[in-house]
Each structure stands twice: as C-alpha cells, then as structure tokens.
Design a protein around this ligand. Structure first.
Ligand code: G6P
Length: 442
C-alpha cells in the first residue's frame, strides 16, 4: 500500500456516511486516503448524490486531497481497493419496518437485529455480502473487508463460513458506545477507561472495567443500577435494570440484552410505540427524511449534529480507528468481530465472536478471556447456534433450516408461532429472498 489508500464504501448513500467522512478527515495525516468510492444501487441514487456532494464539501473545507467518486457500478469501484466497507440495507427501511411490525402481532419482539427481525435481515443480507466477497476476491484480493452491515455478527459468521475471504472484520459501535457511556456515567475522560469486551455482536458483555488500569467494575455495576444512568443507546429503550439482577450478573450487559432479560417490558413498549409514534424503522424514516433535507443545503460542510439522533453514534471512530490500525500496524486493542480462535472457551474456534483484539496489519488477534460467566454463557451459546443455523438457511434457502433458526431463537416462544411468523415474513420479504424460491446449492 505505498500508493495512496483507496477506500470503497458499499451503501455509500447511507445517512451515516458523513460520520465516516468526518473520521477519515480527522485521521488524514496517518491515513492518507487518495480515493474514496461511494457505491449504491439505483434505488439509492438520489441519496448517493446528496451524500456525495456533502462529502465533497466536507473534504474541501478540511483541505485534504481525497478524491470522491460516486457510482452505481460496484465492480468498477472495487478494482484495486485497499479497504472495502459495507453498510447497506437490503430492502431499505421498509423491510426493517416489516421486521419490526410482523413479530409483535404474534407477541414476539420485533427488532432490527434480534429475534425474527434479525433472522430476516440476515436472510436478505447474507447472499448479497457473499456476492460482494466474490467480487473482492476477483477485483481487489488484497483488500480488507470491514463489515458494518447488520446483523453484523451473523454476517461475519457467514463470511467466515461460506466465502474464501480471509481479510474480513465485522464492526459495531456498541462496544465503543458502552465505553463512552461508562466514561460519562463515571465522569471521566474516555481515554482513561478500558473495558474487557467479550461475547457476540449485540450480545457483548463488559467482563471488567478499568480506570487508569485499576478495576472499577463494582462501581460501574452500582452506577448501572441507577435508573437514570447514562449508559443507553438512542435506538434502544433505556428501561431500568432490576438492581439486584445486575449485581448478581456481575458483568456489564449491552443495551440489546434488555430484549432477553426484560422481554415482556420491551415487548409492551414496542407495542405501544407501534400504535403511537411508530416502530423504530418508521421513526428513523422520518429522521432520515429530515437529515437528507439538511444534507442538501449547499452551505453545509460539516457532519450535522442532527445525525446524533441515530443509533450509530461513534460509528466513524470505530470504523476509522480500525482501518487506521490495520494500515499502520498499530497493535492497539479494539473490540471487533472476528474468528474466535480460542478467545472465548465455550464458543467454537471457527465461529465469529465480538472480543477485544490486538489490531495488526495482518488483522485482529483475539485476546483470550477464558470464559463468559456461567449465568450469561448459555444465552451467548444459544445465539451463536441461532446465527449459525440462520446463516445456513440464508445460503441454502432451505425452509426447514429457516424454521429451525426461528424456533431456536430465545425470543420466539413456540414452534407454532415460529412457523406462523416465518411464513408471514417469507411472503412479506419475497422480493429480497430469491434463494427461497430458487434454492441454491452450497
Ligand atoms: C446501533 C447499533 C447498530 C444499529 C443502530 C440502529 O448503533 O449498534 O447496529 O444499526 O443502532 O440505529 P437506528 O438509528 O437506525 O435505529
């Protein structure tokens, strides 16, 4: 990589792209990007143009020589790329709204990445990411794939299992969001906080927390029991934890754990929201509309603060720090999704986990944590089984495998409901699930 760096962002028309641009600008001295290709599909063309113009204005204001290219031709963009970042949404927010609305009719959580919604997002996304992997193999075999597309854990699992790519990392902003939340709750600079992360994507725990190298786990747990603690995310309800449960658990759960440990309250909130303000996808659709109106303003040349209403806070820091550390062989520690390789004892070595890693130019080296506490371990293993079966269903288009995935998901309470939800969702998303009508051979 002695020439300048070429980055390709698939799903470049996403409202989150200004986050990335800001991150690249901030790190330009260390990360000399010469070409940034934003790729989208025909349906995202208008958004891509709006984002592309804003990106160019931000880059011009910063005075850095990054060339921005906009294209609907993914293959043209990928040629000789050094890093490929993926942040697309198959079926757009309309599909997410169905993922959120259909399950609640059956008394099951409707969520973007958990339960039936997560399964269907995986079924729609995995075939597309595997096509992208084939293109990468052919057109830029030395590139790193940095996947941010949800469900990021299941997608990483599928890429590790069903593609030939070795240089792949899955990334999420939940760990950095937890670290920032802890720093703010403890009223200290985030750089003084270190968290031992381990688990799966959207199922990650902080096993220990240090302030200047000294464990403060007990005080953080105590802070979490306060219903007004700052450790929440914009896209997840901050419903208070049962204090004695959190103390007994003894590790820090992520926001998404509320769907598993407070299922009935979360479902009740979802039902109420669906009847009043709309599901999260519907709220986000309105927010997106406002954001793109703001992005269109030719005077705007920074990332607008309104973007902070979305769940993706710190996304740019996570993505850009990772790329920076791979490029500069930094050997610093970052939580990413990668092959377990023994880091978490109770998860198979060849499965994707979200764990602290030393980031090198050869990729992430996972740091062994021993194991997740026994009380949390079973849930993590169950979700891993779900992700594996779901990935297989996504690749094979096999109905029974999809039903198996739906039924073993801990948020789905019966095989009968699983089948009803599966059938309704297969019909609702038919357009984006060709593998279920024309099965493919693995
Ligand atoms: C968090 C999660 C992301 C998710 C996002 C949703 O950041 O880590 O995986 O996509 O929230 O946010 P939204 O604003 O779209 O509901």
């Amino acid at each position: 990589m002695s020439k300048g760096i070429k980055i390709v962002t698939i799903g470049g028309g996403s409202s989150y792209t200004p986050e990335l641009i800001e991150g690249f600008i901030k790190r330009y001295d260390e990360l000399p990007i010469t070409e940034l290709w934003l790729v989208d599909i025909e349906a995202g063309k208008e958004k891509l143009e709006i984002i592309g113009s804003l990106a160019k204005r931000m880059i011009q204001k910063a005075g850095v020589p990054i060339d921005v290219h906009l294209t609907l031709d993914r293959r043209e963009a990928l040629k000789d790329a050094d890093f490929v970042t993926t942040q697309f949404r198959v079926g757009l927010l309309d599909a997410r709204a169905k993922d959120e609305r259909i399950p609640i009719k059956y008394g099951v959580i409707g969520q973007e990445t958990n339960g039936p919604g997560g399964l269907f997002k995986g079924l729609r996304t995995i075939p597309v990411i595997l096509e992208i992997c084939k293109d990468i193999e052919e057109l830029c075999p030395n590139a790193w794939l940095v996947n941010f597309t949800n469900p990021a854990g299941m997608v990483t699992e599928a890429v590790l299992r069903y593609s030939n790519l070795k240089k792949v990392v899955g990334l999420c902003n939940v760990p950095i969001g937890m670290k920032m939340g802890i720093a703010s709750a403890m009223d200290v600079e985030p750089s003084r906080i270190h968290v031992d992360f381990a688990g799966l994507n959207h199922m990650v725990f902080g096993l220990n927390v240090y302030l200047d190298g000294v464990s403060i786990l007990d005080s953080v747990i105590e802070r979490m029991t306060d219903p007004n603690n700052e450790m929440t995310m914009k896209n997840i309800s901050g419903l208070a934890w049962e204090p004695d449960f959190i103390r007994a658990l003894g590790v820090i759960p992520c926001g998404y754990h509320r769907y598993y440990y407070k299922t009935s309250e979360m479902l009740a909130e979802e039902i109420e929201a669906a009847e009043t303000v709309g599901t999260r996808a519907e709220v986000v659709q309105k927010l997106e509309h406002e954001l793109f109106e703001i992005y269109k303003n030719p005077e705007l040349d920074i990332k607008p603060p309104q973007l902070e209403k979305r769940g993706g806070a710190f996304y740019s820091d996570a993505a850009c720090s990772l790329i920076n550390s791979i490029y500069n062989d930094k050997h610093d520690i970052q939580p990413v999704n990668t092959r377990n390789n023994g880091a978490i004892a109770s998860i198979p070595n060849d499965s994707a986990v979200e764990v602290n890693c030393v980031i090198t130019k050869e990729g992430p080296i996972p740091i062994a944590v021993g194991d997740i506490p026994v009380a949390a371990r079973g849930l993590v293993q169950q979700i891993k089984s779900f992700e594996r079966v779901a990935s297989e269903a996504a690749v094979t288009g096999d109905y029974q495998t999809a039903l198996l995935a739906m039924t073993i998901n801990p948020l789905v309470h019966s095989d009968k409901a699983a089948k009803q939800i599966l059938d309704e969702m297969l019909a609702a998303h038919k357009e984006y699930l060709p593998q279920f009508t024309q099965p493919v051979k693995v």
